[in-house]
Design a protein around this ligand. Structure first.
Ligand SMILES: *[C@@H]1O[C@H](CO)[C@@H](O)[C@H](O)[C@H]1NC(C)=O
Length: 281
C-alpha cells in the first residue's frame, strides 16, 4: 500500500503560490487519510496484511524463558528469547510477508551465574549464555511448538504441531485464533515428567525432581528409536513402547518422527497463535 502514495507527491512540488499550495496540502492530507482508511478496511476484510502474531502465556506456577528459532530460510522474529513470569502474557508478530517457519519452546530453571553473569537453564538451554537464543536451538529434552505459516494473503493453510520427538520438558498448547479450516489446538497438556520411564528421566542437579523426559531417540540414539537408516520410512518405523508413553499422556502431539496422522494441524489465516505453557489439562 505504501507505493500508492508516491503519485500524489509531484502535485505538491509543481504548485505555484501559497494559497493553492495550502489547498493542495489539504487535499493531499485528505487523500492520505482516505487511502489509510481504505487500506485498513480492505486489509481487515481480505486478510491482506494478515500476518499472525504469537501470543505467549505462562500458565505454569514457575517462570519460563521463551525461546524462538526461525527456520534456515525464514527471518528472525523480534525476540529470540525472553523471560515470562507466571501468569504473564507477551506477544510477537510473525513477518508480514513470505512464508515463515520456526520453533518455539520454554526453558526452565534458568539462572545467571553470580560470578560470570553467564545465563543457563536446567532444561532446553540454547547455549548462548544469554536470555536471547540468537539463532540457536534448544538442547533436548524439550517440548517443541513447530509452525509453518503460509505467506499472509496467500490463502494457503498454515501447519502447526507440538513435537515430543526431542522429548518433553513443559506442557504446552498452540491454538489458532480465528482462521478457516480445521484450526484445532495442538497440545501436550499432560505432565509427561510424572510418567517418564526411569531410563528417560532428567533430574536437575539443583533438585526439584524430574525436570524433563528424554525421547528414546535422544536417550539411545538408535536407528529404530530415531527412525533413521533402515527405519527411515513411515512403514518401517511405527510406535515403540517408549513412544507410547508419550502418546498416551499427549494424544495430539508427535511422539516419534512418523507420528503424522494424529499430530499435524492446519489453519488458514488465523489472526494469532496462542502459545500457552502449562495449559489446563
Ligand atoms: C521397552 O522395551 C525394551 C526392550 O524390550 C525394554 O528394555 C524397556 O525396558 C521397555 N521400556 C518401557 C518403558 O516399556
Amino acid at each position: 500500500m505504501a507505493m500508492a502514495v508516491a503519485h500524489l507527491l509531484p502535485q505538491l512540488s509543481a504548485e505555484g503560490n501559497g494559497a493553492s499550495r495550502n489547498r493542495m496540502a489539504i487535499l493531499l492530507i485528505l487523500q492520505l487519510f482516505l487511502l489509510t482508511v481504505l487500506c485498513s478496511i480492505t486489509d481487515s476484510a481480505l486478510g491482506v496484511d494478515g500476518a499472525a502474531s504469537f501470543i505467549f502465556t505462562n500458565a505454569c506456577k514457575h517462570a519460563v524463558w521463551v525461546g524462538a528459532l526461525h527456520g534456515a530460510s525464514s527471518p528472525p522474529l523480534a525476540r529470540s528469547g525472553f523471560y515470562l513470569a507466571p501468569s504473564a502474557t507477551s506477544s510477537m508478530d510473525a513477518p508480514s510477508s513470505g512464508t515463515w517457519s520456526g520453533t518455539l519452546w520454554a526453558r526452565t530453571g534458568c539462572v545467571a551465574d553470580p560470578a560470570t553473569g553467564r545465563f543457563s537453564c536446567a532444561t532446553a538451554d540454547c547455549g548462548t549464555g544469554d536470555v536471547a537464543c540468537q539463532g540457536r536451538g534448544p538442547a533436548p529434552p524439550v517440548s517443541l511448538v513447530e509452525v509453518t505459516l503460509a505467506a499472509p494473503g496467500s490463502g494457503r493453510p498454515d501447519f502447526y504441531d507440538v513435537s515430543l520427538v526431542d522429548g518433553f520438558n513443559v506442557p504446552v498448547r498452540v491454538a489458532p485464533s480465528g482462521g478457516g479450516g480445521d484450526c484445532r489446538p495442538a497440545a501436550c497438556a499432560g505432565d509427561v515428567n510424572a510418567v517418564c520411564p526411569g531410563d528417560l528421566r532428567v533430574v536437575a542437579s539443583s533438585g526439584g525432581g524430574v525436570v524433563a523426559c528424554k525421547s528414546a531417540c535422544i536417550a539411545y540414539g538408535s536407528a529404530r528409536y530415531c527412525c533413521t537408516g533402515q527405519y527411515g520410512t513411515p512403514a518401517m518405523c511405527g510406535p515403540t513402547n517408549y513412544s507410547q508413553v508419550f502418546k498416551s499422556a499427549c494424544p495430539s502431539a508427535y511422539s516419534y518422527a512418523y507420528d503424522d496422522a494424529t499430530s499435524t494441524f492446519t489453519c488458514s489465516g488465523p489472526s494469532s497463535y496462542d502459545v500457552t505453557f502449562c495449559p489446563a489439562n
